[in-house]
Design a protein around this ligand. Structure first.
Ligand code: S3P
Ligand code: PEP
Length: 425
């Protein structure tokens, strides 16, 4: 296994631009593929998750040209459902933003589609989405364990109608239903069962749908109404914002040990994770906001007790930032950390203890008491990009930190450690 030894960092200073958002890239690609007309996507993220979406769309007959560095994509949409009656198997890695939305989109047309992925994908639930699609007229078979991928979809169109979907495991189920619904035969009314998690991701979905000409009636995130029989319209050119979750590592680094201006996300950002900087502010960091950059400056950090259900990805960065805060930090209402790239509650607790923190792991929360001195440790990353990126911050503790399998950042941020080493002294 590859290992990266990070020398102790004393200071960080400067400016950095963040690559495009994974959440926006994969939504825009899918809607551009379904749309009528040509979309030029700029600042597209070049990472594993986006590559899986691009490859699947190509296999489904969508035509596009990518620039040499894969960040500009000119795509001509199909002006309707994907596929033309083929029988295809598509491998989607561990990309939730490809697996969930494609499952719904492939129900819209004709054909037999098998969706496979990495072993961890087969442990990430999808049953609530499959049940909802089935209510809307789809035919989907589990090829392995019930409620989990791999899946076989026999596409024959969605009828729409009144459906219910569970909201408390992953917002991606609702995102998938919302994006497919305009192409259903009739109007769809989606009612949410339970508390809707990760709500800001629904705002991303609704805003991208709007850019492609589709309005959704949002009844206070309890129910959604989408007219059927519509065609998405290509918006011409669309730029992907910088990834706000990726920005969190640099913003936190500045809060711990320096000053950084991070370009690509800010006040005007549609991504909920831009609000991560508010948590740093609450911890005591000095934060300056503009529409498309955020600057953070070190200050004395204090532990916080926060519900971070709305920003589950960036919330992980608070867990390692807590190593450098005075007093205890509690992060609450984050049950769905357990069904992501790994069981993140358990992984985070285990690795924080290695660097000397005292940690309480609850079913849906984590409480962190920082050590007097961060210990040198060999950090396991569980094939989870965010574990690798979060624990790079531990190198501010004065001891070397070894990151096992640093290449796992390729899921969303392949150049992370390159930028890290250029920026951090
Ligand atoms: O819709 C999206 O783009 C995402 C939604 C979130 O997942 P959950 O809704 O499962 O929390 C987030 O963790 C994931 O990285 C991306
Ligand atoms: C949960 C994540 O990914 P996915 O899109 O696969 O759900 C993530 O990027 O932290």
């Amino acid at each position: 296994m590859e290992q990266l030894v990070l020398k102790p960092i004393s200071r960080v200073q400067g400016e950095v631009s963040i690559p495009g958002s994974k959440s926006l890239s994969n939504r825009i690609l899918l809607l551009a593929a379904l749309a009528e007309g040509t979309t030029t996507i700029t600042n597209l993220l070049d990472s594993d998750d986006v590559r899986y979406m691009l490859k699947a769309l190509k296999e489904l007959g969508v035509q596009y040209q990518l620039s040499e560095n894969n960040t500009v994509c000119k795509m001509t949409g199909l002006a309707g459902p994907l596929g033309s009656g083929q029988t295809l198997t598509m491998f989607l890695g561990n990309a939730g933003t490809a697996m969930r939305p494609l499952t719904a989109a492939l129900c819209l047309g004709e054909g037999e589609y098998t969706l496979t992925g990495e072993p961890r994908m087969y442990e990430r639930p999808i049953g609530d989405l499959v049940s909802c699609l089935t209510e809307a007229g789809a035919s989907i078979e589990y090829l392995g364990e019930k409620n989990y991928p791999p899946l076989k979809i026999s596409g024959s169109g969605l009828s729409g109608g009144e459906v219910r979907i569970r909201g408390d495991i992953s917002s991606q189920f609702l995102t998938a239903m919302l994006m497919a619904a305009p192409l259903a035969k009739d109007r769809t009314l989606i009612t949410i069962d339970g508390e809707l998690v990760s709500k800001p991701y629904i705002d991303i979905t609704l805003s991208v749908m709007k850019r492609f000409g589709v309005d959704v009636q949002n009844n206070d995130y309890q129910s959604f109404v989408i007219d059927g029989g519509q065609t998405y319209q290509a918006p011409g050119e669309i730029m992907v914002e910088g990834d706000a979750s990726s920005a969190s590592y640099f913003l936190a680094a500045a809060a711990i040990g320096g000053k950084l201006r991070v370009h690509g996300t800010g006040n005007a950002s549609v991504q909920g994770d831009a609000r991560f900087a508010e948590v740093l502010e609450q911890m005591g960091a000095k934060v300056t906001w503009s529409d498309n950059w955020i600057e953070v400056e070190k200050s004395v950090l204090k532990g916080v007790d926060v519900d971070l259900n709305h920003i589950p990805d960036a919330a992980m960065t608070i867990a390692t930032t807590a190593l450098f805060a005075e007093g205890q930090t509690a992060i609450r209402n984050i049950y769905n950390w357990r069904v992501k790239e790994t069981d993140r509650l358990s992984a985070m607790a285990t690795e924080l203890r290695k660097v000397g923190a005292e940690v309480e792991e609850g079913e849906d929360y984590i409480v962190i008491n920082p050590p007097e001195r961060v210990l040198s440790a060999s950090i396991d990353t569980y094939d989870d990009h965010r574990m690798a990126m979060c624990f790079s911050l531990a190198a501010f503790g004065g001891s070397p930190i070894t990151i096992n399998d640093p290449g796992c950042t390729s899921k969303t941020f392949p150049t992370y450690f390159q930028i890290f080493e250029e920026l951090f002294e």
